[in-house]
Design a protein around this ligand. Structure first.
Ligand code: AVJ
Length: 320
C-alpha cells in the first residue's frame, strides 16, 4: 500500500483512564488548583482547537499561515534541499501543506499526543502527497522523547508551528529546545512559530472569541472529568476565564466554579467554593529578540526570521 503511514508509539505512560485520573487528581488537590493544558486534546478537544483556529479573533493561526504562504520561497532558500521534516504537535497538519510542495522533504514525521487525531491526519497527508514517506509518532513531547531513525542521508528540520512552545514556561521551553538541539546533527534546523507580546485587547479577544469556542474548549476538561473519570460535575457549573498577565507575558486560562460544589475523584473529595479557580493554561508571548535569546541559550544559531506587517507573530529559523 503506497499510502501507508509508518506508526511509532512512544507514549511513556499508557494513555489510560487511570493515568489521566491520577494526573488530574494531583492538580485538583493542589493549591492553587490546576489541570495541564495537554489534557485539552482528546478527540473532541482537538476538534474544538481546530475550530478556535478558524475564529476571527484568533489571529495566530491565520497570521502564521499568511507568513508561511508569502515567505515560502525565502524559507525554502534558507532551509535548503534534501531534508526530513519533523512536525511537533502536528494536530490536523494543515500548515505543513503550505511547505511540502516547496520543501519536498524525503520523509515527514508527525509527532502528537492525540493518537486517533494523529492517525487520521497523517493518513490524509499520505493520501494527498503520494510522493512523501509519512511517519507518525505518538509521543508526549513535554516528557523526554527520542525521534525514530529515518532512513537516508537527509538533514532533519523540526517544524514547531502555532506557538505551541507558548504552553511551556520559559525555563521548560529552553529545556525542550535544548533537547531538540541535542537530537539534531550539525546543520539540522528548527522552524518555529511564536506569538508576540502585543496589546492586551488584541490578546484577550483572541482567547475570548464571541462564538464561545475557546470557552467550550476550556470546558472540555469538565466534560472529560464527567465522562471519562466519572466525577459528578457539570459544565454548567463552571465559567471560562482568560486574561493577559502582563507582568508574566502570558495569557492565563482558568475555569471558575459557579457555586460551592463537592465531588469525589480517585477516592478523594474535591471541595470547590463559589468563585474558586482551576488554572488550566498559560500561553507565553515573546518579543522577537527575547525568543532569539532563549533559542541561543539552548545552543541554536539564529538564521532567519519572518513576520507579518503588523508584527503579530514570528516565524524563526534556527540551526544547530
Ligand atoms: C496551542 C498553546 C498555541 O495558547 O494560543 C488557544 C492554545 N488555548 N486558545 C494558544 C489555545 C486557547 C494555543 N496553543
Amino acid at each position: 500500500n503506497r499510502h501507508r503511514v509508518w506508526f511509532h508509539d512512544q507514549m511513556t505512560e499508557p494513555d489510560s483512564d487511570q493515568s489521566l485520573l491520577e494526573a488530574i487528581t494531583l492538580g485538583l488537590t493542589d493549591s492553587p488548583r490546576w489541570i495541564s493544558p495537554k489534557h485539552f486534546y482528546d478527540h473532541r478537544g482537538s476538534e474544538l482547537f481546530d475550530r478556535i483556529c478558524q475564529q476571527p479573533e484568533y489571529y495566530p493561526t491565520r497570521t502564521e499561515e499568511m507568513i508561511l504562504e508569502r515567505s515560502v520561497s525565502a524559507i525554502t532558500d534558507c532551509v535548503g534541499q534534501n531534508i526530513d521534516l519533523i512536525e511537533l504537535g502536528s494536530g490536523a497538519s494543515h500548515k505543513i501543506r503550505l511547505l511540502l510542495d516547496a520543501l519536498r522533504p524525503r520523509h515527514y514525521l508527525g509527532v502528537d499526543i492525540s493518537r486517533d487525531f494523529l492517525l487520521e491526519s497523517t493518513h490524509r497527508l499520505a493520501n494527498d502527497y503520494p510522493w512523501l514517506a509519512v511517519h507518525a509518532l505518538c509521543a508526549d513531547f513535554t516528557a523526554p522523547f527520542s525521534l525514530p531513525v529515518l532512513e537516508g542521508d537527509a538533514r532533519p528540520v523540526v517544524f514547531f508551528p502555532g506557538s505551541s512552545i507558548g504552553n511551556f514556561t520559559p525555563r521548560e521551553a529552553m529545556d525542550l529546545l535544548e533537547r531538540i538541539h541535542n537530537q539534531l546533527p550539525p546543520g539540522g534546523g528548527l522552524l518555529i512559530g511564536v506569538d508576540r507580546i502585543k496589546d492586551r485587547d488584541r490578546l484577550e479577544s483572541a482567547y475570548n472569541d464571541a462564538a464561545g469556542v475557546t470557552r467550550e474548549f476550556n470546558l472540555n476538561l469538565i466534560h472529560r472529568l464527567r465522562d471519562e473519570l466519572g466525577a459528578e460535575v457539570s459544565p454548567g457549573d463552571f465559567e471560562h476565564l482568560a486574561f493577559y498577565n502582563e507582568a508574566a507575558s502570558r495569557i492565563e486560562m482558568h475555569l471558575v466554579s459557579q457555586r460551592d460544589q463537592t465531588f469525589a475523584l480517585d477516592g478523594q473529595t474535591i471541595a470547590l467554593t463559589a468563585g474558586e479557580h482551576i488554572h488550566t493554561e498559560n500561553s507565553w508571548k515573546y518579543s522577537r529578540e527575547g525568543f532569539e535569546k532563549l533559542a541561543g541559550h539552548a545552543g541554536f544559531q539564529t538564521r532567519a526570521h519572518w513576520c507579518d506587517d503588523e508584527g503579530l507573530f514570528d516565524v524563526h529559523y534556527f540551526e544547530r
